[in-house]
Ligand binder design. Structure first.
Ligand SMILES: Nc1ncnc2c1ncn2[C@@H]1O[C@H](COP(=O)(O)OP(=O)(O)O)[C@@H](O)[C@H]1O
Ligand SMILES: [Mg+2]
Length: 400
């Protein structure tokens, strides 16, 4: 009798599941050196006993704001270990949306037994300062998704945290990093930006395909069994996620493909993520480009033949070259007893298919540096489905 629970813990493909978690903190950020340097430069005085910094990080969803601040806090503690004791707290203001809740959370993280009931904001802040200075420490407070707090309580707390040393002896008690999606912050408070210092504003752009590719590669290396994924698979996932610029989407697609691959494992199957595993993920994860098969109905007969040739290859391969398209198109023309179109015309058809988002293309420099090759792929459609529709339509289309 087969036991359906055997699969649990088997992990043919997945070795370290935590690496596919959104909250997983990688050892290193990939592809964000420039932004990490910008952030570090706002905290250049931190090695001095009185130094403090501030930064406002804004950018779209999944651009790595939270992980940027998280890794910075972790790394700076290590970096200054012999010079200054740095403590850090990261509060997500979505879960603590009033300034009172935020301060309570900060205190609680520093001193889990701290009584907060019945204390006023002023009293809480005095306690906070005492607590930090008692240990001769410096505290970096990160307020993530700060717009939630700003909306409920305004920006008064920011002001009070920045001024916590005023009228007191000593300075440099607290550094502040606030994070928000750009649109939201602009809308809410330009005053916040001026309060934090407009030169301290770090704007993060959305990820490009290459950016997402690096991130997924890092996660795959960490989480998956060696040999269960290829660079082509990573690239295809990145292409699928790229429209959103959201790294989380890439990780989500990788995770769904891993799940598919694990699911179909038995003693005969290939222990490797296949193109189908990625395309299958389309069904479980909503995608914003319409993936309706009818998109091919408007194509001319020879455009269909070119696309059919491509589908046949892309059923099993992640990418193909123009050379592949031409030779496979020749085979398809023979099959349908058609005279081939010229090289230039085929090229135009491929461009058109790309414009219609049926396929994707990427130019890569060949490793010996002598030439450039176009890699064609089909991130938004399942090649098998498109080809069966084309095979259905073609006989009629050719009769005309
Ligand atoms: N440069 C990067 N290197 C490694 N992982 C990254 C990088 N940028 C983002 N990630 C990962 O992508 C996901 C989304 O990033 P996150 O920081 O949560 O984005 P945001 O806070 O901007 O919405 C997280 O799982 C994060 O660890
Ligand atoms: Mg975030």
């Amino acid at each position: 009798m087969s036991n359906y629970l055997d699969r649990i813990g088997a992990g043919f493909v997945l070795a370290n599941p935590e690496g596919l978690d959104f909250d997983f903190m990688p050892d290193e950020l990939v592809g964000r050196d420039d932004i990490q340097n910008q952030l570090a430069s706002k905290f250049s005085t931190l090695s001095h006993p009185d130094g403090a910094g501030r930064a406002v990080i804004t950018g779209p969803v999944g651009s790595g704001k939270t992980v940027l601040a998280g890794t910075f806090c972790r790394d700076i503690q290590r970096h200054l270990a012999n010079k200054r004791q740095i403590k850090t707290v990261q509060i997500n203001c979505r879960n603590a949306s009033t300034s009172m809740r935020v301060v309570q959370r900060i205190l609680h993280k520093l001193d889990p037994g701290h009584p907060d009931r019945g204390l006023s904001m002023g009293e809480l802040l005095i306690s906070l300062r005492k607590l930090i200075r008692r240990d001769s420490a410096h505290l970096i407070v990160v307020l993530d998704e700060v717009d939630h707090m700003l909306r409920r309580s305004g920006d008064d707390l920011l002001y009070q945290l920045l001024r916590i040393d005023e009228d007191q002896s000593g300075k440099g008690t607290i550094s502040l990093i606030i994070i928000s999606q750009e649109q939201v912050l602009d809308l809410l408070e330009t005053a916040v930006l001026s309060r934090m210092g407009s030169t301290n504003h770090i704007k993060i752009p959305p990820y490009t395909v290459e950016g997402i590719e690096k991130i997924i590669q890092q996660r795959a290396e960490y989480s998956l069994v060696t040999g269960t994924y290829s660079p082509k698979i990573i690239r295809l996932i990145a292409e699928k996620a790229a429209a959103t610029g959201d790294a989380r989407r890439g990780i989500e697609l990788l995770s769904a493909a891993v799940e598919r691959c694990e699911y179909r494992q038995d003693s005969h199957s290939v222990r490797e993520i296949l193109i189908e595993d990625i395309h299958e993920a389309n069904d479980s994860v909503a995608f914003n480009i319409g993936t309706k098969l009818e998109v091919v109905d408007i194509l001319s007969a020879h455009q269909m033949l070119v696309l059919l040739a491509m589908c046949r290859r892309l059923k099993t391969e992640a990418t193909m070259t123009m050379g592949d398209v031409e030779s496979l198109y020749a085979v398809v023309c023979e099959e349908y007893e058609q005279k081939q179109k010229s090289h230039t015309t085929i090229w135009k058809y491929v461009k058109y298919l790309e414009q219609e988002q049926l396929i994707d293309s990427k130019v890569a420099t060949v490793s010996d540096g002598r030439g450039r090759t176009t890699h064609l792929s089909m991130p938004h459609h399942l090649p098998a489905d498109l080809s069966s529709r084309l095979e259905l339509l073609l006989p009629k289309r050719l009769q005309r």
